[in-house]
Design a protein around this ligand. Structure first.
Ligand code: ZN
Ligand code: ZN
Length: 417
């Protein structure tokens, strides 16, 4: 399970693993493997919302279900028809606790729903936990029914869980407020492998192409922010992060919100850890978030003017924290600022980056201390800077620290007979 969520397979349950396990999730077992062969033979499926007592209004529920089916029908030749009374291929219901399918629900939180793979009878059926606080809006309170329905319908069509944290078929619930729900590139590929491509769908010309999860081996990869966190370095990109731990062999990708609460936004500008103060700060636009022990501090997010930035500064590009000297350097455009952490004041006026940090391009994307050097990130490059000689000592690819070794070409040897 740890491997599945992109966590180091340490074999023991550390704090991070427990956070992921407590996250709301789909109830389908992670270890089941279905193979690619379970799918519906027909291309038009009927569905029915069963049960006389719904925790939500039927008309609202139907609207959401239609939207969830549409995600899958827009990329495949599949069609979904609603039925009110007669038997349907897929029966959808809201259930409390034990509902006689040997997979009882656990009340509010935890497991949100489950579904059965295609087949007769209960096959293809979808059950939602009636004890959740289901929501229909984009505000992010409660559990978004559309996001969960889209995922469960994927199972009802025959898809297993995906280990791609960007996929709708990833088992942990994730919902980005105020963002239109979309199938990911992986989801589209997977469902099309089962049912083929919708004649009206093209990955190339679609107006809003399905988002691809960033790949640490992409030579064009750039980062939003990079920070130290205890022994780790964390690289942030969009909704995702890579956690590089000195004791772990592989650096896996995971969702930012698999560790920190949903209040920590995606597409961050800068992040740094203050070890002495035992907190971590996330910057995006004019706001910043303070977290202690994975919990958002009260009263946050707050405005970056707290640090003494003038109002012309609308965002921070990068932050570099000096643990022993108790100060932080902020990078904004072509300027850098020195913030005294002990007195909570900005020291003096901003300096020009090209004077203070010769050879470092500005604006920068991210900056972090690692193994005695400062590493600056800009586009797909990273600059290794020696503080003593005040020189750039190396310019390498941005993803170099993620140990992306080129896949060796497995040349097929022709067997002699
Ligand atoms: Zn699932
Ligand atoms: Zn059930």
């Amino acid at each position: 399970m740890q491997r599945f969520f992109g966590l180091p397979p340490s074999g023991e349950l550390n704090q991070e693993t427990l956070v992921v396990m407590k996250k709301p999730r789909c109830g389908l077992s992670d270890v089941e493997h279905f193979g690619d062969t379970i799918r519906w033979k027909k291309r038009t499926l009927s569905y029915r919302l069963a049960g006389s007592t719904l925790p939500i209004s039927a008309s609202r529920a139907h609207k959401v279900l239609r939207a969830a089916w549409k995600l899958w029908s827009s990329v495949t030749p599949m069609k979904f028809r609603k039925r009110n009374r007669k038997e349907a291929d897929i029966v959808i219901s809201f259930n409390n606790g034990d509902h006689e399918d040997s997979a009882p629900f656990d009340g509010n939180g935890g497991v949100l729903a489950h579904a059965f793979l295609p087949g007769p009878g209960i096959g293809g059926d979808v059950h939602f936990d009636a004890d959740e606080e289901w929501s229909f809006n984009h505000s992010g309170t409660g559990v978004n029914l559309l996001a969960v329905a889209a995922h469960e319908f994927g199972h009802a069509l025959g898809l297993p869980h995906s280990s791609d944290p960007g996929a709708i078929m990833y088992p942990a619930y994730s919902f980005v407020p105020n963002n239109e729900l979309q199938l990911s590139f992986r989801d589209v590929k997977d469902i099309q492998r089962l049912y083929g491509v919708s004649p009206s769908f093209s990955l190339l010309v679609s107006k809003k192409p399905p988002p691809r999860t960033p790949d640490k081996c992409d030579p064009d990869l750039s980062f939003d922010a990079v920070t130290r966190l205890q022994q780790e370095i964390i690289f942030f990109k969009d909704r995702f992060m890579w956690r590089k731990h000195p004791q772990f062999h592989k650096t896996g990708i995971t969702l930012i919100n698999s560790l920190w609460p949903d209040t920590v936004p995606s597409y961050l500008d800068a992040v740094y850890e203050n070890v002495e103060g035992n907190f971590i700060l996330f910057f995006k636009g004019q706001q910043y978030w303070k977290l202690r022990q994975l919990t958002l501090s009260e009263g946050f997010p707050r405005n970056i003017s707290d640090f003494g930035f003038p109002s012309r500064i609308k965002s921070v590009d990068a932050a570099l924290h000096f643990r022993n000297e108790h100060y932080t350097v902020f990078f904004t455009g072509h300027e850098c600022w020195r913030y005294n952490e002990q007195q909570s004041v900005m020291e003096g006026s901003p300096m020009l980056i090209n004077q203070q940090w010769p050879g470092i391009p500005s604006p920068a994307d991210a900056a972090v201390f690692y193994e005695g050097f400062v590493h600056f990130f800009k586009g797909n490059l990273h600059y290794k800077y020696d503080l003593i000689s005040e020189h750039v000592v190396g310019i390498i690819s941005a993803n170099d620290l993620l140990e992306c070794k080129m896949e060796e070409n497995n040349q097929t040897t022709t067997e002699r007979r």
